[in-house]
Write a protein that binds this ligand. Sequence first.
Ligand code: 13P
Ligand code: SF4
Length: 304
Amino acid sequence: MENQEIAEEINKIKEEKNAIIISHFYTRREVQDVSDFVADSLSLCKAALNSKAEIIVFAGVHFMAESASIISPEKLVLLPVPDAVCPMADMVTVESLRCLKEKNPDAAVVCYVNSSAAVKAESDICCTSANAINVVNSIENQEIIFIPDKNLGRFVSLHTTKKIHFWPGFCHVHDSISDENIHKLKKMHPDVEFLAHPECRPEVLSLADNILSTSGIINEAGKSSSKEFIIGTETEIVQNLKRKYPDKKFYPASEKVLCYNMKKITLESILNSLQNMEYELHIPGYIRMKAKKALDRMLEISGN
Ligand code: 13P
Ligand code: SF4
């Protein structure tokens, strides 16, 4: 079937079954085109919570669909490709986190949403790249265990007086951006504004004009008076920005910044998901309940 035909079939089934498709900014263009809502991880959490649909097809990676399912237990949340995962989410386990908690009994655990439900259940509160600083500063404890992204943790530590215990996790996509490349691009384009996602390395972030979540980067590119930008995040954002602001120039921080897990979601997999109600997330009740507390606490802070 051609893409157009698949998209028509998707739209028909969506209506029949009272389903919506929500997708992350890093998914393929044709996937974003059939989606009801395209956003960053925080807004997608809120969209899932506030939607009236009975079924949500989540075009994104596993932890995102899992989070949507946890906060909206009355809805059926489907992940079209079960092995679309975020490798960073697997860099922290419940056992290793418990060990660090025992060593630091006064510390609160702030858990980036890029984590499993079981790890969220062991945490006090979740955060996304859009609200991490506010979340950390909202906590009474003076000590924080920040999991799993060391780069986001370091970035947050520059905006708080709290003592932060870092975790050695990272996103292989953002961590692949080098400071050498940014120096080269800045030399080639002296008036450029560099917008970076906080999952980038500290030496890269130190060269950024603004450090923002993916939706923050898109908003800043629109309102800034700059005409040229280096984009320090996933390549799909560069394509989105070129379409959205054709009078401005966007350069990828590196050609390799591609999240292949997000690209596993195709139109065919979405159609299959809607036809066969696949793949449902299975989260044990006691984990769901505790993980929901950590996510709800985050949503209270960032307003839902
Ligand atoms: P956002 O919170 O900016 O959507 O980022 C999620 C993510 O996985 C970035 O790699
Ligand atoms: Fe995970 Fe990195 Fe992909 Fe985001 S870009 S989903 S952090 S692998």
